[in-house]
Design a binder for this molecule. Structure first.
Ligand code: ATP
Ligand code: MG
Length: 575
């Protein structure tokens, strides 16, 4: 490809919306254009990298027996009603109507469609396992689309789904995909970590995310400084030391006035107590049921853990009217004792570390002291419902948890029969019984993976592509376009690179050397081969390795081999 013909334009000024370096670089290197909020055109350079990532994924999946399919992005509402997700998926689901008034949505994920597709074919256990995947544009009407391709509304995803005869077989498939994902992200040249993850709206009870380590990441990861324990903050837990409570001397609970003191901090300060001694009481709507969650005042409730513990589809804080209906009072004065209406109470483990606590009295401007769990109220369950923080003890060993940021590029879920039972995706088992298939699902954000690679691999001059996913592997730079011998030698060399299977471009624009160097650094071609009049007279060219900024002088006759060897070496590193 001649750069003069390439559909791209490097930019000096980038739109203000680009807040992180990889997003700015996608603009500056002329790789994307914005069409609407969170919706982008992928220009040739971006698409070439994306196609390479897709090829790596395809190769790793096909080699493990997966088969590629393609499902529509427009999905009929009936399937979502069947799975039960039509009602709770919320505003992220873009719902549309056809001319007859029929309800459809733009697929944010494809569990329903694939389950329907498989049930139409599935008869006997002999057909299983199936492991099917596709590359497709998903649409999620994200509240805050940002960071370019990292959190778009329309984005390319590889989504895959497995169907097995048993939980045991399904878990084998899960770990096979886990291993495939490790290979894929390694081959893409990323520094990443698989971490324990919450399952959210997709459901299921076991999941891992693949997190690319970068400060710009939106996720918080806690990992052990000694062992391999690592988890998303949504899931992370830490070791508890059991404490023997002595509640025998706690006086009966009593109400005390706390006028206008609502927050844990205000109440603690007002009563001269520590925040630890206050009980935080929050009412949530878990699916449709109100639930009171209590936790020690110095800790935070983790809504993802609450959702997982309740096997719920959605969790949100109750509104003021519901608070009033249940407690008889308003936010800030709610507690587990003396509620107006009976609700399920869940207590975080931290409550068991205190002999007694002070909570809202369920009347305005009052709190209640000396509340003892088990004496004054009994929770339906005690569970880990809190936000774990760095510095806490590793749940697996004697190490300590550390915090870092990550970009979630992929996630694998063990789904069980969540969709197959509801949607009757069944088969006749060996014993003649009809049973639902056991499912797993596996996603990779392809555009996000590309951008994460840029986020991890750049310097002040531009992108530094890992060889395996570089849009082009090399650029030939003739520096004086007015010197026919330079142009001719450069073109000849460019042809010899292509003949060796190197994906190369030649910058044939009539521009200054500095301009060409800047663009080459910005776009991030792993290798630059520089043709100048001076070096040509010695029969040599200069080769610059973008990654190290090293320049070497190589005889023209050996230069193509040099580039081919460098490529081979680079590809081998993560193979
Ligand atoms: P997130 O927590 O970042 O919103 P998710 O957990 O909802 O993502 P999944 O349902 O697990 O996403 O989707 C599979 C993969 O698709 C994710 O691991 C991510 O790489 C990618 N992805 C999800 N949402 C987006 C988005 N809005 N833009 C780009 N890629 C996305
Ligand atoms: Mg995810």
């Amino acid at each position: 490809m001649k750069v003069s013909q390439m559909f791209f334009q490097t930019l000096k000024e980038v739109p203000k919306e680009a807040q992180i370096e990889s997003h700015r670089l996608l603009y500056r290197a002329g790789m994307i254009q914005k069409l609407a909020s969170g919706v982008y055109n992928y220009l040739p350079l971006a698409l070439r990298s994306i196609r390479k990532i897709e090829d790596i994924i395809r190769e790793e999946l096909n080699k493990r027996g997966c088969q590629e399919v393609l499902m529509p992005s427009v999905q009929p509402a009936e399937l979502w009603q069947e799975s039960g997700r039509w009602n709770y998926y919320g505003p992220e689901l873009l719902r549309i109507k056809d001319r007859k008034g029929g309800d459809f949505c733009l697929g944010p994920t494809h569990e329903e469609v694939i389950t329907d597709m498989v049930r139409k074919n599935l008869r006997s256990y002999k057909q299983l396992p199936y492991n099917l995947y596709q590359f497709q544009s998903k649409f999620r009407d994200e509240v805050r689309p940002r960071f370019g391709l990292m959190r778009g509304r329309e984005f390319i995803m590889k989504d895959g789904y497995s169907f097995d005869i048993s939980e045991e077989k399904s878990k084998e498939n899960y770990w096979k995909m886990y291993e495939a994902y490790n290979a894929i992200f390694r081959r893409c040249g990323l520094r990443f970590k698989p971490v324990d993850a919450a399952t959210g709206a997709i459901g299921g009870d076991m999941s891992h995310e693949f997190q690319v380590l970068a400060d710009a990441g939106e996720d918080t990861i806690l990992s052990c400084n000694c062992c391999d324990y690592a988890a998303n903050l949504e899931k992370a837990t830490s070791r508890y030391s059991e404490i023997e409570r002595d509640t025998s001397n706690v006086p009966p609970a009593n109400d005390i006035p706390t006028p206008e003191q609502r927050s844990v901090e205000e109440v603690a300060a007002f009563l001269g107590k520590s925040t630890k001694e206050i009980m935080k009481s929050m009412i949530y709507i878990v699916d449709n049921e109100p639930v009171l969650v209590v936790i020690r005042g110095d800790l935070e409730i983790n809504e993802a853990k609450l959702q997982a513990f309740c096997h719920a589809n959605a969790v949100e804080l109750a509104d003021d009217a519901t608070l009033e209906e249940i407690s008889g009072t308003e936010h800030g004065f709610i507690g587990p004792v003396g509620l107006k209406k009976e609700v399920r109470i869940l207590a975080d483990y931290s409550i068991t570390t205190m002999d007694s606590l002070t909570a809202g009295a369920n009347k305005s401007d009052f709190h209640r002291e000396n509340i003892v769990m088990g004496r004054d109220f009994t929770p339906a369950a005690v569970a880990d419902l809190r936000v774990t923080t760095a510095g806490e003890a590793c749940p697996k060993c004697s190490g300590t948890l550390e915090e870092c940021r990550g970009i979630e590029v992929g996630q694998v879920f063990f789904l069980g029969t969540k969709y197959s039972s509801k949607m009757h995706c069944e088969f006749i088992a060996e014993n003649g019984e009809s049973i639902p298939a056991v499912m797993g699902c596996y996603g990779i954000g392809v555009g996000r993976t590309m951008q994460a690679a840029i986020e991890q691999n750049h310097d002040e001059f531009g992108i530094i592509w890992p060889m395996a996913i570089a849009p082009y592997e090399a650029i030939v730079l003739p520096l004086q376009m007015n010197k026919p011998e330079v142009v001719e030698a450069a073109f000849k060399f460019y042809e010899s690179l292509k003949a060796l299977g190197i994906e190369a471009v030649i910058d044939d624009r009539d521009e200054r050397a500095g301009f060409k160097f800047n663009d080459a650094d910005l776009v991030g071609y792993p290798v630059q081969i520089i043709f100048g009049a001076k070096s040509l007279t010695n029969g040599s060219v200069e080769i610059k390795i973008r990654k190290t900024n090293q320049k070497v002088e190589v005889a023209i006759g050996e230069a193509a081999e040099f580039v081919a060897n460098f490529k081979k070496q680079e590809m081998a590193v993560n193979a």
